[in-house]
Write a protein that binds this ligand. Sequence first.
Ligand code: CA
Length: 243
Amino acid sequence: MTNQSAARRQRLLVVEDDQEIANVLRRYFSVQGFDVSVAGEGTSMRAILQAESIDVVLLDLGLPGEDGFALTRYLRETWKVAVIILTGRAESVDRIVGLELGADDYVTKPFDLRELLARVRSVLRRTAAAETPGSNSTGNLRFAGFTLNTGARTLTGPEGDEVPLTTGEYELLRVFLAHPDRVLSRDDLMSHLHGRDTGPYDRAIDVGVGRLRRKLEDDAAKPALIRAVRGAGYLFSARVERG
Ligand code: CA
């Protein structure tokens, strides 16, 4: 275990209209060393995000007013924050839609608090690893007219426009850029992304690839950059240059 006592406390925002669940989460994560804020709906969520530097949002899907899907989209478009969706609905369509919209992970109620804590820590580790200078070489990676700045974690398109990426999309793109012109299986991609913290989401890679394609490809329906190799996985087909 590393000594994290010197590090700043991680800030967690619970967006949940069920007071009882919100209180359980507040108490549990406070004891675990987090600074916890609670919002009951979207408007107060936005106010807290403006006022505090939040690291991770635990977002209930079923909220009064704007639902969790709309708020996930808003969070992705507006804030660099990890998002874990909480829902009472077990349907996988919710999970897929949530991941499509850019959530980093997904937990179904009733959840086990220790499992939720593990998910939160895993998401924060991934975010920190991607942001820590020196964990990977930083600089510019150029491919197909795009420039990925690995220090600032920004992607610039061929027209000079910034292309917003979620944490998950950024990390997946980094894996592809590190292994151009090589077939990577879904297992390869999962282990590069999560190490031993492989999640239970077999479709998460396909969802991530679909999202990246919509941002990178001229025609996402006929991908030329991230090509599917039948029965094997994906191949990133571009020359990658540093500098
Ligand atoms: Ca609810």
